[in-house]
Design a protein around this ligand. Structure first.
Ligand code: ZN
Ligand code: ZN
Length: 392
């Protein structure tokens, strides 16, 4: 019972532990985070830092630029541009607003050299594995955009000496696995960690956890992690840092003994708790290099997608048969001897999208989650309330 109480109090706990400074919440005097729907962006720099006095880490989903710019203005002052934008990695939920913000602020974007192919138009990411993880977020992952975007010369490699532009006292740590060029940021002085998706503090695969924001240390999102051996080593490296507080890409920040104990447990039991029991990348990683994908293991059969596609084909088939039957009858009325009519079931596009109800005041509020054929995407079925496509 006590555990149940704690499970639903994630947002309550967040309000108590991390004071709000406008839209963002503070984890340290010079570090704040802003939840943009399902993903966090971070602001490094003290309140009132002014023009070029701060750094943005990650940029949320597409459509987040306005909210991020507003939070930045509240925190750092009107017209205050960042010294740099740092990307932990280039997944679509971390780079959504990067182009718009970098251009409007005329800011340099930094990422690990092994992440650059996905940010300079050279390569897509290895495909996600929707068969692992077990939640709707995972099931829908085959629809997520996997790049690349092309930021051209606006994106630069992080300095080889481990320093982080605009963030003195911090160092970047290569934490591959979730992506090849994934980095975490660490400040030794107070053991503050920005972990990106190397591990996360919510169970990203399952919508109930994403909704409740129950804080607990979890491995990286399963459906989007193509190298588990590297990911395990990265989690071990981060656990050895014994961080005092960690802000991750998804979930509410965790601190103190709970963070350290859960992170150590994750590192020790990684194979059992973080790595899926089966799946495309469990035994063979995606192989990538500085130019992007080299090779990926073959896909495993996604029964849900097959059922979804089969169900849709069946439904469309039934409809077509019905239409054919009606036409046949009409023709039968017009012509005494009709030819046999046959309408092949035409397979509608099996891609699916999810619609979420968005509540910008407190992250998001997901009241309903449905599959729609992508042909419906542009029609935006009206379901009441303001809705946005989670996935475009
Ligand atoms: Zn990611
Ligand atoms: Zn993410």
């Amino acid at each position: 019972m006590a555990e149940t109480m704690e499970r639903v109090s994630g947002k309550q706990r967040e309000r108590e532990e991390f004071p709000s400074t406008g839209l963002a919440r503070e984890v340290a005097p010079d570090l704040a985070y802003l939840r943009c729907k399902i993903v966090n962006v971070m602001f490094s720099g003290p309140s009132g830092a002014g023009d070029r006095g701060w750094v943005l880490i990650d940029t949320g989903l597409y459509g987040s630029a306005g909210k991020i710019a507003q939070a930045a203005e509240e925190r750092f002052g009107a017209g205050a541009r960042p010294r740099a934008i740092i990307l932990t990695h280039g997944h679509f939920d971390h780079i959504g607003a990067v182009r718009e913000l970098a251009e409007s602020w005329d800011a340099v974007v930094y990422a690990h050299p092994l992440e650059l192919p996905y940010l300079t138009g050279a390569s897509k990411y290895p495909p996600p594995d929707p068969t692992v993880g077990g939640g709707a977020m995972a099931r829908l992952s085959f629809t997520y955009p996997r790049g690349p975007i092309d930021l051209g010369s606006r994106v630069q490699p992080l300095p080889a000496d481990g320093s982080v532009p605009g963030m003195p006292g911090w160092r970047w740590i290569h934490t591959p696995g979730h992506t090849a060029g994934h980095v975490s940021l660490f400040r030794d002085a107070d053991r503050t960690l920005v972990a990106g998706d190397a591990f996360v503090t919510t169970r990203q695969e399952a919508l109930t956890y994403v909704l409740e924001q129950t804080p607990e240390v979890n491995g990286p999102p399963m459906y989007y992690t193509p190298d588990w051996a590297a990911s395990e080593l990265s989690v071990q490296a981060l656990a050895m840092l014994e961080p005092e507080i960690a802000v991750t890409g998804h979930g509410i920040p965790l601190s103190g003994p709970q963070l350290r104990e859960e992170l150590k447990t994750l590192a020790l039991e990684f194979r059992d708790v973080a790595v899926p029991a089966h799946g495309r990348y469990v035994n063979n990683p995606a192989v990538t290099d500085e130019r992007g994908i080299v090779s990926v293991p073959p896909p495993v059969v996604d029964r849900d997608k097959v059922y979804l596609a089969a169900g849709m084909a069946f439904g469309v088939g039934l409809l077509a048969a019905k239409v054919a039957s009606v036409r046949r009858h009409r023709r039968a009325e017009a012509h005494p001897a009709p030819r046999a009519a046959y309408a092949a079931p035409r397979h509608a596009d099996a891609d699916a999208v999810a619609y979420v109800e968005v509540d910008d005041t407190d992250g998001f509020n997901l009241s309903r989650f449905d599959y729609y054929p992508s042909t419906e995407t542009h029609r935006r079925r009206s379901l009441g309330g303001r809705r946005e496509p989670l996935i475009l």
